[in-house]
Design a protein around this ligand. Sequence first.
Ligand code: FES
Length: 57
Amino acid sequence: MYVCICKGVSDRTLRAAVAEGGARSWREVREETGCGSQCGKCARVGKSIVREAIIQE
Ligand code: FES
């Protein structure tokens, strides 16, 4: 599912940034994927997906 339309980032990409990319914060995921860096509408959903992924690590 696409989370970020502006940058074409899916929930899978966000989880991979944590699991494989080693990101440990929303900021790191944002820098790595571009999610939330344009209109910002996806930031809330993106953040909650990333938070959950970090907890599961
Ligand atoms: Fe993600 Fe616009 S939908 S920055």
